[in-house]
Write a protein that binds this ligand. Sequence first.
Ligand SMILES: Nc1nc2c(ncn2[C@@H]2O[C@H](COP(=O)(O)OP(=O)(O)OP(=O)(O)O)[C@@H](O)[C@H]2O)c(=O)[nH]1
Ligand SMILES: [Mg+2]
Length: 373
Amino acid sequence: MKSAILITYDQEDSINEAKGLCDAAGYEIVHIIQQDFLQKPKYGISGGVLERLEEISEKLRPDVIIFDEILKPSQNYNLASVLHREILDREGLILEIFESRASSAESKLQVKLAQLRYEMARAKEKVRLANMGEQPGFMGIGKFEVDVYYNDIKHRMQTIRSKLEKAGKQRELHRQGRKRMGFKTISLAGYTSAGKTTLFNKVTGESRAQSKELFTTLTTTTRRVTIDQEPFLIADTVGFISKLPAYMIDAFKSTLEELTYTDIIILVIDISDSVFELKKKFSSCMRTLSELGVEKDKIVYVLNKDDLLKQDEINRKIDILNLSENKKLISVSAKTGRNVKELKELIKNISESHNSYKFNKNSSEGVKDTLGN
Ligand SMILES: Nc1nc2c(ncn2[C@@H]2O[C@H](COP(=O)(O)OP(=O)(O)OP(=O)(O)O)[C@@H](O)[C@H]2O)c(=O)[nH]1
Ligand SMILES: [Mg+2]
């Protein structure tokens, strides 16, 4: 196992999440430095903290230093030149996890695209620095090589994009096929580790990998499930995380795109999280869904892991999330199966109300709806 010094925020949830990410990427943390603020211009941290870090790093000799914030390429370079270690920022870390998890051809392409974008941002900075003549041979490359490198990245990204486009078209065909067959579709969405796969397994009788580690699922799986004789297709998706840069969401778009076409979205929320985490993750999920263009009234809020809490605590958290008036809300335990049957009934009812809703609408509006999407 590779070793790491972790620099993160001075808040319990940030520490836990950062630890989870390090764990998922296979790093053993040998020391943690906590700071209120990690966005100082030159190094992200202050000069004093850098000195301390230098000492600790000399002593512990970790393989990498993990910086739980997004670093500018110049900050990364500055840190690396003082510390003489590889510096991995939050984006780089998430990319490593994605790379190790990607199993399908499509998710591998998506990860590759995200990695190239990450490199691209850095290449731009290299070009800028080389042009300014400020740092000739920045990171060992001259201006000409930087241009070649930059164009090469661009070219590789184009190739991957066109492959992903093909995969997207394939998905589109599948989607149309399902529609023709009259299947309603359900997608599970939510923050990483909320329990989407566990719930998916419970509902479908599958045994897909579920674990404490973050980002267990990277590829969307779809299964057929019959609820009260009506066939549905249910899809498990990649988890969300906060501070995931837009381009990463973009790279996974064709997977997440399923969410915009789906009839019902089950937003899985880990209700056992602390209030602070709960609020942060919930707003991060809602933001991502809205960025993807998901209609709010398609969302069913599923409060998972209710086996870990008492009812009044659950009610309190429902209030905090402003969901007490929401009728599309249910608390379940994917682990014990509590309320899973009721969840299925809720889905069935919602689906039926959608049917009657469509039936009641006149046809011209129906056409407008399809074009609008
Ligand atoms: N106590 C309890 N634990 C649960 C429940 N549902 C899931 N878990 C646990 O939560 C962890 C994460 O579950 P997953 O199903 O892998 O989560 P996920 O949302 O699919 O995560 P990613 O694929 O990483 O996005 C696992 O350790 C599960 O055993 C539940 O209802 N109760
Ligand atoms: Mg999963």
